[in-house]
Ligand binder design. Sequence first.
Ligand code: PLP
Length: 418
Amino acid sequence: MTKDFDYFNTLLVQGVGSKTGPIAPTIVPSAAYGYADAEEAEGIFAGEVNKPLYARVGNPTNAKLESVVARMEGGWGAIATASGMGAISMVTTAFLKAGDEVLCIGGFFGGTYTLVNETMKRFGVSNTFCEVDDFDHIGSTLKRGVKMVIMESVGNPSLRLPDIKRIAALCNTYETLLMVDNTATPLIVQPLALGADIVVHSSTKNMSGHSAALGGVAVFRPVKEKNDKLFNEKYADVHKIVNKMGKKAFIPICKKRAIRDMGMTANAFGSFLTMLGLETLALRVERVNRSVAKVAQILDENLPEGIEVNHPSLPKSEDHARYRSDFPDGCGPLLTIDCGTPERAFAFLNALNMATLTANIGDNRTLALHMQSTIYSDFDAQTRKFLGVTEGLIRISIGLEDPEAIAKDFLQAAAKTA
Ligand SMILES: *Cc1c(COP(=O)(O)O)cnc(C)c1O
């Protein structure tokens, strides 16, 4: 089913703006907040009075952003964080402890991979990695009592497309939390509707579009009154909060068990800038996803021998069938170009006129980067292979420019590398 971008255009501009007083979101820069009296202070700390406590655990500008993103993702509540990694580490810190195991499905953004495989490991959390379509391995790993499943809506830079619904159904069968990183596909994929429990975004990327604000956000489903997977014994250490806070328990679990103690909180100015981006997100997403498919097609037809474009919209892609069935509006701003060797990839990048060479994605401008020599330079050969990072791989994030002009620039650069 294709997405109703008109619905999202209306929701986002109406949600970010106000009818009376200041129309643009207001920036509240105060770190501390005065309480009316001792009783109000007590109520705020107990979570019974909904007013700001201290900016580390919440701020009115962040709250506005959180309410818009929660509605956008069809969630019950959200928490804005200092970065995308802040959102992911907030959720993992809030739920995991030494002795737990996480299951990671598919390819991963470099920071998420090292968070799981180095940092969380240091704190005693073990992990298993599975290919997106290895359902036997996914099922047997879940069966032995995994605490959390982490996956990306689209593999970056592998561009593998997961069957989110099927994976979510497995997670529900085994009462395991599923967190989906939806950074690459805001609006076009709605993980909560597909059965996920938590959605995270790096709002630095598509949501902002302007590359002017680092930020992240986590969105949560409501907790069910009965038979919620959070009541499973493996989540016993959050039962007290779930019993007290009910539906909205994901928020205090993350605030009391991560944000309060670690402070990966968003700042008001960053949240303001993110909201300026959000106003035009639906227009940009629709435009960029159309452009990506178009650029991929032009490149596929015209690139010289030895340089290959990869995108699931192309019939030769191994995920083409899933692209057509589950991703009818596209799968985000990325495509990859494999130049075969690092030397040829460098020559290609150095001959580009339009693309900006940077480690970002989802920008309004077209971006490009050689993967092995940059983001994945610390990774061994076997890990790179698992993550789909080949020697000559260049990741491209398509921007708002004329798609024909983008493709033309890539073709002239490719011609110079022959
Ligand atoms: C960039 C990115 C992150 C991390 O976000 P930051 O805002 O840079 O911390 C996480 N996941 C994905 C898919 C990303 O592209």
